[in-house]
Design a protein around this ligand. Structure first.
Ligand SMILES: *Cc1c(COP(=O)(O)O)cnc(C)c1O
Length: 560
């Protein structure tokens, strides 16, 4: 009988092996009185052994990955599938495996445990594959070639053409470890299984899926390879809790996609930002959820970070990685903290990078954006407020009330904020809801844009004089309050009823959670209300001013 490549490469002992047959294998129904496995009849459902072949889970994975169930074997983490490959294909003391350096450490450990020689070829300087040298180094006893792509710790994905040359010319199995494939822009080698009978692809739920704790690894390969591995795997290697948790995670692909997109976005921001911090000499490209940076004193920087609660991986003793620290991408809160800590490293920010991205990145680092979009929809009004506290006094205001627009424009002009306010209100009833809801939404937008309020001035005051005097005192202290001392004699100014003025500022104070003290005097009613809006804008301008990069709160309570 003609042997397939899997059989040709397998250890003779495994070819001969008659695998353990479990009780759950010999009878596979769900119904009945199970007296076959010496399980306890109590403590359901945990009294039963797990499905040894993980049929439901493998079926779901088959659908997701576009293969058949028989192309999949699962392990207690991909580390177990690596071990299965050794035990199935490598004769201790005789066979060898090959990989590159630097790469994932587990191949070497697993080889050592299994008494199999582990050989490596150094990657090229740019971390690409040394294809010719790998082929030269292999012979008929070289059973496995491990290629981790995207590679750990270098972060890069290997070139497709290089991979194809190796898949075609290497005489053993090519094991592509895709632990990080979800973060890479290119696809998976699982799609090439039909083309290459010697291809094995490893994946895991430990990284992108956020499930390192449940230990679920996957190997994808031809049915021939999988059926041999199946003989070797421990009968109940994937427990019931893991199978169920994995099925739950695999039922919501959108959630993981979102997380991956967020991580990639954070990674790209981090890599750009780090490249302008002078302690960082180089940021290496990455297709993964981590990347390498090179620094001059890796041990010192490592300890410096550690003292500030940040743990990275020091890879500076790995070949080709002198000075390198490996950094996993964290959350949108953790990442800026790392940047801040590295910026405070004695060598600080580079004075001038000259690159166009330098200014925007350094601005972003020192002063994170303070903008907000606030949408408010009720039966009476529909409002969108879009604000940037660090804008250029641009205003785009349409409330349907000409005079109110004119007043709100004063806020943008004199506070320096960019402000867009679009309102559809029930003006056919009267102005009340439009004025009130707009003021609340504007206040809320300020509160949101102020964010954590770190480093702001907090207080503002102003007293513009024309023929009218208006005094506004403002405190973004977190409590809403209005003290109002202004009288208007006319019933309306433009299309605004003057009786609403006090209510507008009260609503703003509630939305923005600020204290307002407003006092105005004068004869001309139009000028008087305009003076109040101008003074408010000036007070806002003063109060929102912040110290770039400051991390203090202007409060002894520690809370604003
Ligand atoms: C993290 C990692 C794995 C994951 O192993 P599990 O046992 O599935 O957690 C596999 N390969 C590489 C290269 C890794 O970095």
């Amino acid at each position: 009988m003609k042997q397939n490549i899997a059989q040709k490469l397998a250890r003779p002992a495994i070819l001969k092996l008659k695998p353990y047959s479990s009780a759950r294998e010999e009878f596979t129904g769900n119904e009945g009185i199970f007296l076959d496995a010496n399980e306890s009849p109590f403590n359901k459902p945990w009294n039963r052994y797990p499905d040894p072949f993980q049929q439901r889970l493998r079926q779901r994975l088959a659908e997701i990955k576009g293969v058949e169930r028989e192309n999949i074997i699962l392990g207690n983490g991909s580390d177990e599938t690596i071990d299965m490959l050794f035990r199935t294909f490598c004769e201790p003391g005789k066979d060898k495996v090959l990989s590159v350096s630097p790469t994932y450490g587990m191949y070497k450990v697993s080889a050592g445990i299994n008494g199999v020689d582990y050989e490596t070829v150094l990657l090229n300087e740019d971390f690409s594959l040394p294809v010719e040298q790998l082929l030269e180094k292999s012979d008929k006893n070289t059973k496995l070639l491990f290629l981790c792509s995207p590679n750990n710790p270098t972060g890069n994905r290997f070139n497709d053409d290089d991979m194809r040359v190796l898949l075609e010319k290497f005489t053993g199995l090519v094991v592509v470890d895709e632990a990080y494939v979800d973060f890479s822009s290119a696809g998976s080698w699982v799609d090439a299984l039909k083309e290459y009978p010697n291809l094995v692809v490893l994946q895991t739920l430990s990284k992108a899926w956020g499930l390192a704790a449940i230990r679920l690894g996957m190997a994808f390969a031809s049915k021939e390879i999988i059926s041999l591995l199946m003989k070797v795997k421990p009968p109940y290697n994937v427990n019931t809790l893991t199978q169920e948790k994995a099925l739950e995670a695999l039922s919501d692909l959108v959630r993981v996609k979102k997380r991956v997109a967020l991580t990639i976005n954070e990674r790209d921001i981090m890599m750009k930002a780090l490249s302008v911090i002078s302690v960082v000499k180089k940021v290496y490209p990455s297709d993964a959820n981590f990347f390498l940076i090179r620094v001059d004193e890796p041990d010192v920087v490592y300890d410096y970070l550690l003292q500030r609660g940040i743990i990275v991986r020091n890879r500076s003793n790995e070949p080709l990685c002198r000075g390198c620290l490996r950094i996993s991408v964290g959350t949108p809160k953790q990442n800026p903290y790392l940047l801040k800590v590295l910026m405070a490293y004695p060598v600080g920010l580079q004075e001038s990078q000259g690159s166009e991205s330098w200014k925007s990145i350094s601005d972003w680092l020192v002063t994170p954006p303070r903008n907000a979009v606030r949408m408010r929809k009720t039966k009476e009004t529909e409002i969108t407020v879009d604000i940037d506290l660090d804008g250029n006094a641009k205003a785009n205001i349409n409330t349907g009330l000409g005079f109110f627009d004119h007043m709100l424009e004063q806020i943008a002009r004199h506070s320096g904020c960019d402000l867009s306010i679009q309102v559809k209100g029930d003006l056919h009833v009267d102005e009340h809801h439009t004025l009130e809801d707009t003021a609340i939404a504007l206040g809320e937008a300020f509160a949101e844009a102020l964010g954590n309020k770190l480093g702001i001035e907090r207080y503002g005051f102003a007293l513009p004089m024309d023929d009218c005097a208006a005094i506004v005192l403002l405190d973004f202290g977190g409590r809403p309050e209005l003290v109002w001392d202004a009288k208007f004699k006319r019933e309306k100014i433009g299309d605004l009823p003057t009786e609403m003025f006090q209510h507008i500022f009260k609503s703003f104070a509630i939305g923005a959670k600020c204290n307002l003290y407003i006092k105005a005097k004068g004869e001309n009613e139009h000028h008087k209300i305009e003076a109040i809006f101008k003074a408010l804008a000036r007070a806002i301008r003063m109060a929102i001013k912040r110290e770039p990069g400051a991390d203090f709160l202007p409060s002894t309570k520690g809370l604003l």
